[in-house]
Design a protein around this ligand. Structure first.
Ligand SMILES: *Cc1c(COP(=O)(O)O)cnc(C)c1O
Length: 395
């Protein structure tokens, strides 16, 4: 399908000529219209008191952090979430001024200096970390207080102070110079599950911790708990901010959450046919000859492989789209190339576009489809595309 003919811009930080992608053998297409649609749908779905944080960690789940962040902010998101300090700096260097929360833990003086310098907002997970922050900021005699976010562990058993120690932790941070509590938050472990019980217990613990703080007269400026799944599950989990990753990229965290709002996948994975040939019955294909032609067939070679992020474990267990038709992949997927049985398209030409993930005509292959075949989750599929693939933004 050559339907998207708009002039593309290269949406990665690679120093690529705008038209370089025309010569590319394979690329990731980022549909900014779909991205904008998803963000608008989410904002519309939230009550006016709740702000949307677009989670753009891991290079925006492989979509290209700067372009995604800019588009999300233009479409109604007001916060950005990243995992690391360099991810935050990348956004600031691109001129983005929105508040940026670092969801991961930071400890070293270098990280803390960068947070202060670039006006990033760190997560504080323990009293020890809070003391380090305060000491480092004291040592450089940092002027205005740094907004920090208190992380409570309510049952994820990842980052955060145990929820039962929330009051002590908050009181300690309040006494420390150079730190200002901007929010208190927690993270849910099972929001995408059909069984709500663990999520409900985490919600109850979060509420109990907050009630205790309120009882002590502690003012809490802002609360947040929900990821994509929780956002689509229950508005009681929305609080002041929802931290949405996957849904911004147009994927549903679970099949049972598809009814809440209309989302469109943002990422499309394309490559080109690099050679077409006929092979005789009995001919072995690719490393290990895992495929032996059961009859004469039209073999197409495609310029994409596992070094681009097409998992080798999908070998002989995936299809691609060509001219709106499903075409089976055959033989082992190699580092830079894979093969197809393109017998259904006898006049297939070298240079034609193959869609590995995305839409052509009435057919669609989603990251969820790959995830199911690989016994993993769509998040991992999206984050798996390597930087050898240029990110091409289309409007
Ligand atoms: C990654 C992350 C999110 C976003 O999760 P999605 O399921 O992709 O919406 C939210 N909060 C935290 C703390 C995260 O690490």
């Amino acid at each position: 399908m050559l339907s998207r003919k708009q002039t593309p811009s290269v949406a990665s930080n690679q120093q690529c000529d705008t038209y370089a992608w025309f010569s590319q053998r394979a690329w990731v297409e980022i549909d900014l219209k779909a991205l904008s649609h998803n963000v608008q749908q989410l904002v519309k779905y939230l009550s006016p008191r709740t702000q949307l944080m677009a989670v753009v960690k891991a290079d925006a789940y492989g979509h290209g952090a700067v372009t995604v962040a800019q588009t999300a902010l233009q479409s109604g998101a007001s916060w950005l979430g990243v995992a690391t300090v360099p991810e935050g700096i990348q956004l600031r260097e691109a001129g983005i001024e929105a508040p940026i929360l670092i969801l991961g833990a930071t400890h070293t003086p270098e990280q803390i200096h960068a947070i202060a310098h670039w006006k990033l907002q760190p997560t504080l997970c323990s009293p020890k970390q809070a003391l380090i922050f305060s000491n480092v900021l004291e040592a450089i005699n940092y002027g205005s207080p740094v907004p920090i976010h208190i992380k409570l562990d309510t049952g994820m058993s990842r980052l955060g102070t145990d929820w039962q120690q929330a009051a002590e932790f908050v009181q300690l941070v309040q006494r420390l110079p150079h730190l200002a509590i901007a929010s208190i938050y927690s993270h849910l472990a099972t929001a995408d599950s059909l069984d709500p019980r663990v999520m409900q217990e985490q919600h109850r613990r979060f509420e109990e911790a907050i009630a205790q703080l309120k009882g002590m007269g502690i003012k809490i400026p802002c609360l947040h708990l929900a990821n994509s799944a929780a956002t689509l599950t229950d508005s009681a989990l929305h609080y002041d901010i929802v931290r949405v990753g996957l849904a911004v990229y147009g994927l549903y965290p679970a099949a049972h959450l598809q009814t809440a709002i209309d989302l469109k996948p943002v990422l499309q994975l394309n490559a080109r046919v690099t050679q077409v040939k006929t092979i005789a019955v009995g001919t072995g294909v690719s490393y290990g000859h895992q495929f032996i032609a059961p009859h004469e067939l039209r073999l197409a070679v495609v310029g994409i492989g596992y070094a681009d992020g097409v998992p080798r474990n999908l070998s002989q267990n995936m299809q691609v789209l060509i001219r709106g038709q499903r075409v089976p992949q055959i033989g082992t997927i190699t580092m830079d190339q894979l093969m197809l049985d393109a017998s259904a398209i006898p006049d297939l030409q070298e240079g034609e576009i193959v869609t590995l993930l995305g839409e052509q005509g009435k057919e669609q292959i989603s990251a969820n489809d790959w995830a199911e075949r690989l016994n993993t989750i769509s998040w991992e599929i999206l984050c798996g595309f390597k930087h050898r693939l240029p990110r091409v933004a289309v409007m």
